[in-house]
Design a protein. Sequence first.
Lengths: 131, 152
Amino acid sequence: MAMDSLMYLVISLAIFAGLFIFINSYNRGSAFYEDFYVKEIVNLINNAGPGMEFKLDVTKLASIAFKNGKPVKEIIDVDNVLNKVVVSSRIGAGTSFGFFNDVDIVYLPVENPSGNIGTTQFIFKIVEKQK
Amino acid sequence: MIYRRGDATASSILYMGSFFIIILMIVVGIYGGFVSFFREGYDSRYTESRVLLNKVKDCFDSGKITFEGLNEESLVEKCVLNKDILNDGEHIIYLKDSSGSEFSFGVDNFRVGCGLNARFDHLELPLCASFEYGSGNYILVGSSQNSRRVSA
């Protein structure tokens, strides 16, 4: 009887540990980093004016996206019609935030700039709104 | 089978122990799920309000807009602001001049929300920034915008 209970306990702990590792590896803080980056990007856009350009290091987000199978080029999307930035490090889901600065954004990813392996940046160019 | 007193006690203790551990795992799992999905995120409401306040203030300082004849269209056009975003139910721009005339754009009710003590803990309430000119002109700007999960 005692042996049965002990085995029952060990198996339960093993299943729990397996589930924990699976969920933890699946999540990887995606939601948190999406929320953080989308708000930082919008803050920079709101502060910028036409003609300005800025680079943002998104290596942490890119590494999460890479582990989740999301192409790094698709982790940031700017909707210039709705004035919204969408950051996504997961397949099929992302986080959206609006910017009130009435400008258009041209953006492109730069992987491994200056030969720095494992670094990903995005360049954002602020241009006047195309009416 | 012969049961001895000691065997029965050890078995029941082990059985009860495993039962409580499983209950604990379920509780911790549910709590962890709630924390990971509903925890408060990065709060950018005040930062956004400050930036918007500075833009509106710069508009006044540079003479692009004045209190006379001020309306929503002229405000968003002269200050290069997006009307749809400011009208999304999560922003307010409130202006009051020295003569007492008022102009409000966005959620007028945020003028109350800006002063609530609960605003720091509740992301659905606005965090606001204000500026008062010496002559009695007053600008209040607030935002309760938070990020949204979308399909991507």
